[in-house]
Design a protein around this ligand. Structure first.
Ligand code: AMP
Ligand code: MG
Length: 487
């Protein structure tokens, strides 16, 4: 276990120099205070969890103090936003403080979001508000606990600094951790600004540090792109299987590592709705829940375009062609497991699709349905769940098909079935209304609810005593919360 001053830095991205990022010091927030910290994320840095309670912790992650070896930098990137190319983006309110490596030899970027203005702030104030910082913190750690690849969050530090959004709010910072903060948009920036040397330097950097195994392949860059395609297909399959809606799948928000990245107006589905749009400024539903699958491919094509200096167009196209089949395979595998199946049959896809279609018009809670399906035998669970469906006859027909399918699957006791299904079907999910309750309390200075919710969501598959209220359908007020896109 380390103390805060014992972190070891190795700032590899900063060493790429001024063509890639700009030195900027964080701008401190007033009266910093710890809102919440993640022990699991602390462990990634070998930090003793007790240090989160020390005043220096809040000072470090609110811009008041900096390690001598930190080199805060605002990264330069661009990207496609809602389908259109924006030539200059970059870290407008976040800074890469440096790269820390832990005792296991892993490197973690420390990125402080909400750290003040940078040359890339455009019209923004460089700040993040408490509300959005709490949402990013909770989502990062909750996704990770569900087994969905994601950036991580060490802590949220609150303050008394006023920040204007639709109304006056308070500034906060979230300390984000990821093995890299390089986005698709980094490659796009150097491609569209026609800087082939820097583009090559960036590609070398990513290949060497993040895809070293691709070096062994005959065409290392192609192998790397293929791996990025595969990781994205798997990540998005997990989003779809668990009902996660990202909301702003612009290419500047897509990580080169295939991890969920940059949380804005995201949401987990309550009732199943394939057409759900969580981002209220997404009028056309470009990033609706079901569109996430084709948009994943669209984004990979945008990256492919930026990689044309290194890889032939034919090879890029062939790799892009792997995305949908890989997505389908991962998705179906997870959905089979969510249904408690241990073998594969040709009709399984149709079984899943039929179920989702029935859910679509019924207002069935997506998370609780699967959890309850595993509570008892297929027959008993189906009998109990049918009341939730508007088309009960339709559901009965599906349940017959499902029971027959279960009967053909590996023989297992009810106990084994429950264990197997509960291990993949969460009881607790980050529902918007739960996050909202925690935020409302935090905005009045009470951080206990954020901490409790974080705690519950860190073990989503395990029933926790006294936490029944976190495993309920949303109350009426919480069903259609408008989550502000301003963050
Ligand atoms: P996002 O929608 O958070 O992914 O941000 C898109 C771009 O806008 C990024 O370049 C951000 O750094 C920048 N940005 C977002 N909010 C602010 C803000 N309050 N101040 C400065 N830049 C911002
Ligand atoms: Mg972003």
């Amino acid at each position: 276990m380390k103390a805060l001053d014992e972190l070891t830095f190795d700032n590899r991205f900063a060493r790429l120099g001024d063509a890639f990022s700009t030195h900027v010091l964080p701008e401190p927030l007033d009266e910093p205070r710890l809102v919440v910290a993640s022990n699991a994320a602390m462990a990634l840095l070998d930090l003793d969890p007790a240090v989160a309670e020390t005043p220096v912790f809040a000072e470090l992650f609110s811009g008041h103090k900096l390690w001598a070896e930190a080199e805060p930098r605002a990264m330069i990137y661009s990207g496609h936003q809602f389908g259109g190319y924006t030539p200059q983006l970059g870290d407008g309110r976040g800074l890469l403080l440096g790269e820390v490596y832990n005792e296991a030899g892993e490197h973690w970027d420390l990125h402080l979001k909400g750290a003040g203005m940078t040359p890339y702030s455009r019209m923004g104030d460089g700040r993040a508000v408490l509300r959005s910082s709490i949402r990013e913190f909770l989502a990062s750690e909750a996704l990770h606990a569900l087994g969905i690849p994601s950036s991580r969050a060490l802590c949220v530090i609150g303050s008394s600094t006023p920040v204007w959004r639709e109304k006056q709010e308070r500034g906060a910072m979230v300390l984000r951790l990821a093995p890299s903060h390089i986005r698709f948009g980094h490659f796009e920036y150097f491609y569209y600004t026609k800087k082939p040397e820097q583009q090559a330097e960036l590609a070398e950097h990513v290949l060497n540090l993040h895809y070293p195994e691709c070096r062994e392949q005959p065409e290392p860059y192609l192998a790397m792109f293929r791996e990025i395609v595969e990781r994205n297909a798997e990540m998005i399959a997990k989003w779809q299987a668990y009902g996660f809606c990202h909301g702003v799948m612009n290419t500047d928000n897509m990580s080169i590592l295939g991890i969920t990245f940059d949380f804005g107006p995201f949401a987990f589905l309550d009732d199943f709705d394939a057409h759900f749009i969580c981002n209220h400024s997404d009028h056309e539903g470009r990033y609706s829940f079901s569109n996430q699958v084709p948009i994943g491919q669209w984004n990979l094509s945008a990256l492919a375009q930026a990689l044309t200096p290194f890889i032939s167009v034919d090879a890029l196209k062939e790799s892009l062609g792997l995305y949908l089949p890989l997505y389908q395979a991962h998705y179906l595998d997870l959905m089979r497991r969510r249904l408690g199946l241990t073998t594969a049959e040709d009709d399984d896809q149709q079984l899943v699709e039929r179920l989702l279609k029935l859910m679509q018009n019924s207002g069935v809670d997506y998370t609780l349905f699967f959890r309850r399906l595993g509570d008892e035998s297929a027959a008993l669970a189906a009998a109990r769940l049918r009341d939730d469906f508007v088309d009960m006859a339709g559901f009965d027909a599906w349940a017959e098909q499902y029971k027959e399918r279960v009967a053909r699957d590996a023989d297992s006791s009810e106990e084994q079935r429950r264990e197997r299904m509960h291990a993949v079907n969460p009881l607790y999910i980050l529902r918007n209304y739960l996050a909202q309750n925690a935020i409302t309390a935090a905005e009045s200075g009470d951080y206990s609810e954020v901490r409790r919710l974080h705690e519950v969501l860190s073990r989503p598959f395990e029933e926790q005593a006294g936490m029944e209220q976190y495993a309920q359908r949303p109350p009426d007020w919480g069903k259609h919360l408008e989550i502000s896109c301003s963050s």
